[in-house]
Design a binder for this molecule. Structure first.
Ligand code: 16G
Ligand code: MG
Length: 563
């Protein structure tokens, strides 16, 4: 039961942040997002929710103020669960209901009812901790203050302002704090730089290094990622990083820059051009949870060869598979015993078909989930080592706790019986990867360092990496319809189940094109339906996408006129 004091505190605090009329907020794929100026009530309520989640779990929760790759005047809020992952999906309907409660009394009723259902005590003796972070957007500071008020509206909850952070840094900090390991921003840099150094120190001597350019140029999207990369750089040895679009020289966040722009438009971001031809370039998104690479192709225009999340995933898969096979190589030693590991690759329907073919040819197990990190991460966690990436550059590698402790034990054994052997080094490398790569969520900074370490290990230039396989030409289209939720999909978004009959026509259309593949899904972040098509030529992919777009119009107009 909620105490009287709690009830009146919540009523009084909520009344200070009325919801704007005529707007409906939706938790969407990864949190609330909209124009930053109308987000006060939503962020306040997200603060309330985070405090309740902390009471429920008995651990610290993260609350991040960011709108990722959206334009600068948008803002948003993402919530991190105790393990550093996304807020449990079970609470999403509550988040939606809370954000849209029309007045303080409705909100109080919702909270009281939910707290009863979830057994969350609100009697005044509970405690809760919420760690807050924000990116560099102009509305960030005041929204963070608003979130604090939401947290403080729950008796016993404490808000800890961690200041400006990347989204993955906050997730990492939440996870580390709850695990009882070192958890400050400085600790994050220290762990990343130490594990990176370890991987570099273990590069075999016989690698031909001449192919690898010593320098990487990084587009910081004029956001928090560029700023934090400058911090990380100070602690790194063995890598030359030049940060551009760090936001310091007046560029606008996500405006003609950043991973989303580069990946969608397939052009170089601003401040990059023909002068960089052939050099290894990377791009972060606005809150640094996405990473793509590219190199500039032409002196006359801004065209690039894009190396997207699928190819980053493939590079990581090659490296991890190799380390596992070295670790389990029988070198006729007396003490041989293998450490089998289930290695799983997780992709979405947006993964280029050529990447999936390549990974399967390597003998890897590839599985698919719907779009959105919460789905991929959960699936990847079913393996000893799960590697997941979306084509847009969001992904990471996760190691199960069980496998990590076996690996630690094996590394200790080998350090006695076979110190300095390749098998021992492989164990140490895998442990270093588990420290370097963010286990909580996709992280452009840690991903960048792992790419750099693996390329050095392989002795590969960016061109060699890009040649792992050739992407199939693809096309994405946005279709504006009256109600995007009229589209319901199944089988990891590859099949339309509603409107009935549409999938059959998509199949017929797709079958006309060699290597054709096409799917549609309602966006979780924009009010549109997305069409994705790929085929053996660009022209064919374009035509397939266009004809399926026409089908969507036909069907959704039909659907709407009969609702
Ligand atoms: C969000 C998701 C991203 C997904 C994208 C799809 C997280 C942290 N972010 O940005 O993974 O690819 O939405 O957007 O989950 P869409 O639904 O508009 O296509
Ligand atoms: Mg992002």
């Amino acid at each position: 039961m909620a105490s009287e004091k709690q009830r009146s505190l919540l009523l009084e605090s909520t009344s200070r942040f009325p919801i704007p009329p005529g707007v409906r907020f939706s938790y969407g794929t990864a949190g609330f997002r909209s124009d930053g100026l109308i987000l006060g009530s939503t962020v306040f309520r997200a603060g309330v929710l985070a405090a309740l989640r902390s009471i429920k779990t008995g651990h610290a929760i993260g609350l991040m103020i960011t709108a990722s790759h959206n334009p600068i005047f948008d803002n948003g809020v993402k919530i991190a669960d105790p393990d550093g992952g996304m807020l449990t999906q079970k609470w999403e309907p509550f988040a939606d209901a809370l954000a849209n409660a029309p007045d303080p009394q409705h909100l109080l009723d919702l909270v009281v009812q939910f707290a009863e259902e979830e057994n969350i005590p609100l009697c005044g003796t509970q405690s809760a901790e919420v760690l807050l972070g924000r990116d560099t957007r102009p509305t960030g500071e005041s929204l963070l203050e608003t979130a604090k008020q939401g947290i403080n509206a729950i008796i016993g909850a404490v808000a800890v302002d961690m200041g400006i952070l990347t989204t993955p840094q906050l997730h990492w900090i939440v996870r580390s704090r709850n695990k009882g390991t070192k958890a400050s921003e400085f600790d994050y840099y220290a762990q990343l730089s130490k594990s990176f150094r370890c991987l570099i120190d273990l590069i075999p001597e016989n690698i031909v290094k001449s192919e690898v350019d010593p320098k990487v140029l990084v587009d910081g999207a004029n956001g928090v990622g560029g700023e934090k990369l400058e911090e990380l750089k100070k602690m790194l040895k063995g890598l030359d990083i030049e940060v551009r679009n760090s936001g310091k020289k007046g560029g606008v966040l996500n405006d003609g820059v950043g991973a989303d722009y580069v990946q969608k438009e397939k052009v170089a971001p601003s401040s990059f051009g023909s002068i960089d031809m052939g050099l290894r370039c990377a791009s972060l998104d606005g809150d640094a949870d996405r990473l793509v690479y590219f190199h500039v192709l032409s002196a006359s225009d801004n065209s690039i060869d894009l190396i997207d999340g699928d190819k980053i995933l493939s590079l990581f898969a090659v490296f991890i598979k190799e380390q596992l096979s070295i670790l389990n190589r029988n070198e006729n030693d007396d003490v041989f015993n293998s450490l089998p590991a289930r290695l799983g690759i997780v992709q979405t329907a947006y993964a280029n078909g050529a990447s999936t073919d390549y990974l399967k040819q390597m003998g890897l197990e590839v599985v698919f989930t719907p779009t959105g990190v919460k789905y991929l991460h959960k699936k990847a966690a079913e393996y000893d080592i799960g590697i997941y990436f979306e084509a847009n550059g969001h992904g990471t590698i996760i190691f199960s706790e069980e496998f990590l402790s076996l690996l630690h034990a094996r590394s200790d054994e080998l350090s006695v019986s076979m110190a300095g052997s390749e098998r021992h080094k492989a164990a140490v490398r895998l442990l270093a990867v588990s420290q370097l790569i963010n286990q909580a969520v996709g992280d452009a900074l840690s991903g960048l360092l792992l790419v750099e370490a693996v390329l050095s290990y392989m002795g590969w230039s960016i061109v060699r990496w890009s040649q792992l396989y050739a992407d199939l030409p693809s096309r994405q289209l946005k279709v504006k319809v009256a109600d995007r939720n009229a589209v319901v999909t199944a089988n990891a978004e590859t099949e339309v189940v509603q409107p009935v009959g549409l999938q059959k026509l998509i199949d017929t259309e797709t079958a006309k094109y060699p290597r054709g593949r096409c799917f549609i899904r309602p966006s979780g972040t924009e009010d549109i339906v997305r069409v994705y098509a790929e085929a053996s030529t660009q022209e064919a992919a374009d035509r397939l996408a266009n004809s399926v777009m026409q089908l969507v119009y036909q069907f959704l107009d039909f659907t709407n006129s009969h609702v």
